[in-house]
Each structure stands twice: as C-alpha cells, then as structure tokens.
Design a protein around this ligand. Sequence first.
Ligand code: GLU
Length: 435
Amino acid sequence: MQAKDSSAPFSAHALPSYLNSDHIGPWGNYLQQVDRVTPYLGSLARWVETLKRPKRILIVDVPIEMDNGTIAHFEGYRVQHNLSRGPGKGGVRFHQDVTLSEVMALSAWMSIKNAAVNVPYGGAKGGIRVDPRTLSKGELERLTRRYTSEIGLLIGPSKDIPAPDVNTNGQIMAWMMDTYSMNTGATATGVVTGKPVDLGGSLGRVEATGRGVFTVGIEAAKLSGLTIQGARVAVQGFGNVGGTAGKLFAEAGAKLVAVQDHTGSIYNAAGFDVNALLEHVQKNGGVGGFSGGESIDNQAFWGVDCEILIPAALESQITKDNADQIKAKLVIEGANGPTTPEADDILTGKGVLVLPDVIANAGGVTVSYFEWVQDFSSFFWSEDEINARLVRIMQEAFAGVWAVAQENKVSLRTATFIVACKRILHAREMRGLYP
Ligand code: GLU
C-alpha cells in the first residue's frame, strides 16, 4: 500500500525543513510509514498531522572537562514525539552518528511501539552525538550527568522516562537516576528504567528486548508454518538484543549460522556454539576474531542461506541495495528502523514475512513499564512473573496485529501502525485541544 494522503489539509512546503516529507533518512522513512497507514484511520485521519510533528524537541549543548584538561562540547537531544497516552518513554543513545532526524524518528517509533503493546506511555527518545568508546569512564560519567541535568527540564517519573538504547546501559541509567535525584532533592528511582537491580531495576530487563524478539518470532513461525528446529538464523548486532535473541533461538533448536557486528561478519554452516560466542564478545567487544567460525565479507552476510534474519543493530541496514540478496523467510526487526520503506516493499514482493520493530522489539519497553510500576509501588516481582507477563503481552499484541493484517490485507508493519495510530489518535481526540 503506497497511498499518500492527498487530503492532508496542509502543504508540506509550509513545514520547517526538518519536518519535510521528502526528508531523507529515518524521519523520512517514518513519515512514509505514517502515509501508508492514513487511509485506514477513518475519521481519526483528521488528527494524523499530530503524528508528523514531534510535540517537543530539546537540543542541548553538553560541555565536559576531558581527562587532559580540555573542554569538549557534545550535542545532545531529547525529543518527546507524543504524550497523548501518557508520559514520554524511550531510550537514550550514545553514538557518533546521532542526529536530530534520527532521534525524532526513534521517538516517533516509541509512540507507535508503546501504543502497539498498549503500555500507558507516549513516545520519546534522546541521544548524544559521541563515540563513547573514545571516552574514559570518568568522561562518560561527566557526559551522562551533564546531559541529564540539561534535559532535566523535560524528564521525570510522571513526565518522561529515559532508558538504555545503543551504547547505554545500567551504569549510565544509575548515573542519570542519581543526577536527577540530586538535582530534585529526593531519590526518584522511577525517572529512568533499565537500572541495575540493586537500584530499583527489574529482573529480566536486560534480556527483555531479545526475549520479546524471540517470542514474536516463535508466534510468527507457528502461524506461517516455519519449523524452528534446525532453522538457520542470521543476526546483525550481537549486543543486548541480538545476543539474547540468538541464544534463545539456539536453545529452541535453531542454528545460529551468521553474525555481523561493528567488528566484522562470521559464518558457520553447522551453527555456532552460542555460549562460546557470547563469551568471546564479552571479552573482546565484538564477534571479530571468533575461532568457532570463518570470517566473511560484510556484504556477503546479507545473502547467507538462512530461514530467519534478525537485524538487531542500527536503522537503515536493509535497503534497496541488499534486500534482493536476502534469503530468509522471516525477518524479525530487533533494531529500530532497520528496513527502509523501499526494502520493505522488495521483501514483501519476495514473500518474506517482516515482523516490524514497533512490535518485535517492544519487549524492552514492556519490561521498562514493569520496572516503573515496581518502582512506584516499591514492590518487586520475581523473574518468572516478569517473563510470564512479558510473553503474555507480546503474544496478545502480536495476535491482534496479525488479525488486523489479515483483515485489511496489509503488511504487519502497516497493521501495527493501524492498531497503534488508532489508539494514539483516539486518545488525542478524547483529550481535545487545550488551550
Ligand atoms: N531503547 C529501547 C527501545 O528502543 C527501550 C526503551 C525503553 O525501555 O524505554 O525500545
């Protein structure tokens, strides 16, 4: 479905340039996804422009003293895309390629994702343009604390709740929680999620995104007649998301045959020893140099023989240039925005079933929601309870999206957008315009 919403009551040329629908990159991709869903929104389409403009954008200068005595300045962002259904929610990314366009798209995908699994949040995202691997631990801590203070205008347990994303982790969340708490004068564990368990974090949060990827993958395999036993799996990105998903698929009887990350691509037709690979990554920071497989060309990774492909790294990895090479029957998007709209069409045309990010990787924010609820009530659940609730939410959300896709004869991405955008815009309409 390629339809553009020609009835939109505005001219794209009247928009600030960063909102233009011809914008190239993640935000432009997101806008195309919204255009595809608009014909299915009925009378709520009247409000669709809401989804095409982030509610609030904060750009901050983050100066820190480096270990060598110089002062370095980094650019940071926090974007609240939509707050109709609840406080802002979404991670913080530290990466050298972070841009405003990227953070805007990531914040919008959070709005869609949170509505798709029906957790009571809007969507937000933050980031700093920095390669954290170049910083000492002290520099990283100063950067995190200064950034947290700068975005302190926007965040809070009932306002906007950050979490880990690419290159951020429990330690960074602990510094963010502490900085916010020191600035406001009271310990506020619920201001961020993905914290260490000893600081109000939740059991199961670290593995939650990968577990969600696995859960929807199993559901889709059942519905599409794909056997997991012996299925060959290729994973791009072997961090928190890809590593956990790869391990869970291997434990379920699949074979992890190819992995790519920023250190290279590796292949083993017989399947890797996943625990040995995870240990290697833990020690060496990446899959490169792993002795349990052969090194392959980064381009060749996309064409490996496999049934399941899990992009779990960054956005715009599957493009019109490599989508044709893909042999998988099932693509499960662990990353946010890994497939461009053109590539999405190529995959659909080849009969590949794509489980879109906005449902497939929602396990992380679902357990973030559990963490936030536990922090508010200061009552903590067992890991079994968390995993069981996570699986139930993911299965129910996926079944709902599957039914909408069948009913409307649309892709699972458009179906997820239909479910989510209706929830967001219904809330928007009920709240009304004020003042
Ligand atoms: N960064 C994760 C995501 O993209 C988790 C966000 C959260 O837990 O708030 O979904």
